[in-house]
Design a protein around this ligand. Structure first.
Ligand SMILES: [Ca+2]
Ligand SMILES: [Ca+2]
Length: 109
């Protein structure tokens, strides 16, 4: 499974271009632009699995930093501020990582 099996390459491209400048990343806008917000729970789960690079069942801060690169290898890494903002937006139970249900809730919010 790859991102392009769930999302269209054009939509991914547009979402990446929208946040090319450091500090311009906004998670909800990204999910809308890349089309993930209108996908099925199963598709969102697939994307979660791709972001959870070490298959721990959670997206940790270290993985979150490389969020954009999972969509496009040439994309930039998120800044520390963007990573922390993203994490606090998604991390409802405050354990410092993003679980599958938290990710789903954020994408659909
Ligand atoms: Ca992980
Ligand atoms: Ca959490």
């Amino acid at each position: 499974m790859s991102m392009s099996s769930v999302l269209s390459p054009d939509a991914i491209d547009k979402a990446i271009k929208d946040c090319q400048a450091p500090e311009s990343f906004a998670a909800k806008k990204f999910f809308q632009t890349c089309g993930l917000s209108s996908k099925s729970p199963q598709d969102i789960k697939t994307v979660f699995g791709l972001l959870d690079n070490d298959n721990s069942g959670f997206i940790e801060e270290e993985e979150l930093k490389f969020f954009l690169q999972r969509f496009c290898p040439a994309a930039r890494v998120l800044t520390e501020r963007e990573t922390k903002a993203f994490l606090s937006l998604a991390d409802d139970d405050g354990d410092g990582q993003i679980g599958s249900a938290e990710f789903q809730a954020l994408v659909l919010s």
